[in-house]
Design a protein around this ligand. Structure first.
Ligand SMILES: *Cc1c(COP(=O)(O)O)cnc(C)c1O
Length: 379
């Protein structure tokens, strides 16, 4: 699904020397590399504060802690996402409220969010699933009207632009009150271990978050708030700082691969290629609205699991993200959920298939993959 070895070959010199810098200074925790990377990422995103932490799941949890959400507060999020999003809501004794998603772009359904709001609702967590932003303009308007926080789960969307209806663009993860991201190795900006970060433009919130990641400590051994221990270590920061200048090139390579996949499946009556929110024809060169963390097809009247097996049998990795909706997971099932409210996710789990997507895909690989898919689908 990803080719981290191939990617490393291309940047070996910069990565190795960046790591060597850390080894030479032996400042493994909170060293200068962490600060350098933080500043470079702030500049890249155009956001006031980046707070590095240990992973993307922690980032979400710390963001919610920083907002002061309390037991019993309701947090609305998408039914169709990785479990981390709902896991941390539950861990903090907040009440997750799962809602359906849009069948075209897989992101949280705006009408479903509106319907789910109650007097207890305190926050909405849109997940920029597979690499394209949820409808942030609509979500921010809803949040303003009902006095809610918006926490962007940007683990899959780093580098993507969100385009407002007036054409203005802003980087994903810089629009909501706060955002989280993950630097897990297979993410679009991945380190060589675990890593994550929180973004915000709010100075007061940033101050609180910097304390929480470090045991609630602002002055050594003075603990002002309940915190956690969640750090990005210097070696991971060194890898990330070496890779950050390549992020746009990497995302372009992903888009390029997506364009080729799209072309191979164009106008096929059983294969639906991913739709971009902005409705750009195919994937235009100037538009950065989708960074294809995953390239996910929907197949109709096709034995999807048979297709997965056919690809695996031919040496092609592929994934089903996600095979079970969160509202049906044992840990999160709840008698208040009505199946009629999850028509889209219940259908998507039967139709989706994600193809190999990374920065090193070549034409030959894409041709082999698309031919094997068409061979199965066309019978
Ligand atoms: C990867 C991911 C996370 C969690 O990130 P980790 O760094 O693995 O903790 C959270 N949300 C989404 C949507 C993700 O894809």
């Amino acid at each position: 699904m990803v080719d981290l070895k191939g990617q490393y070959k291309g940047i070996k010199n910069v990565v190795d020397s960046s790591i060597q810098d850390v080894l030479n200074t032996s400042t493994y925790i909170n060293g200068p590399k962490v600060h350098e990377f933080q500043k470079n990422l702030e500049r890249y995103l155009g956001v006031k504060h980046v707070i590095p932490c240990a992973n993307g799941t922690d980032a979400l949890q710390i963001a919610m802690m920083g907002l002061g959400l309390k037991s019993g507060d309701e947090v609305i999020t998408a039914d169709f996402t990785f479990a981390a999003t709902v896991e941390v809501i539950a861990l903090l004794n907040l009440t997750p409220v799962l809602v359906d998603v849009d069948p075209d772009n897989f992101n949280i359904d705006i009408e479903a969010v509106k319907k789910a709001i109650t007097p207890k609702t305190k926050a909405i967590i849109p997940v920029h699933l597979f690499g394209q932003c949820a409808n942030m303009e609509a979500l921010m308007a809803i949040a303003k009207e009902h006095d809610l926080y918006v926490i962007e789960d940007n683990a899959q969307g780093i580098g993507a632009d969100y385009t407002y209806s007036n054409g203005e663009k802003q980087k994903s993860g810089t629009i909501g009150h706060v955002a989280s991201t993950s630097f897990f190795p297979s993410k679009n900006l991945g380190c060589y271990g675990d890593g994550g970060a929180i973004f915000t433009n709010d100075d007061d919130l940033a101050h609180i978050l910097r304390g929480i990641v470090n045991h609630g400590m602002y002055k050594r051994y003075h603990h002002d708030v309940v915190g956690v221990n969640s750090r990005l270590d210097s070696i991971q920061a060194a890898v990330l700082d070496a890779k950050l200048p390549h992020l746009d090139t990497y995302n372009n390579a992903r888009r390029d691969a997506a364009r080729k996949y799209n072309k191979a499946f164009a106008n096929h009556d059983k294969i639906e290629t991913p739709k971009t929110v902005n409705g750009c024809e195919g994937i235009c060169d100037s538009c950065n609205c989708h960074v294809f963390h995953q390239y996910t097809l929907k197949v109709k009247d096709v034995d999807r699991d048979g297709l997965v097996k056919h690809l695996n049998d031919n040496g092609i990795p592929c994934g089903v993200y996600y095979p079970i909706p969160l509202h049906k997971q044992k840990a999160y099932a709840n008698s208040s959920y009505e199946e009629s409210n999850f028509k889209v996710t219940n259908q998507l789990i039967k139709e989706v298939i994600s193809l190999p997507m990374h920065t090193e895909l070549d034409n030959e690989q894409i041709e082999y993959i698309t031919n094997k898919i068409l061979e199965f689908v066309n019978g």
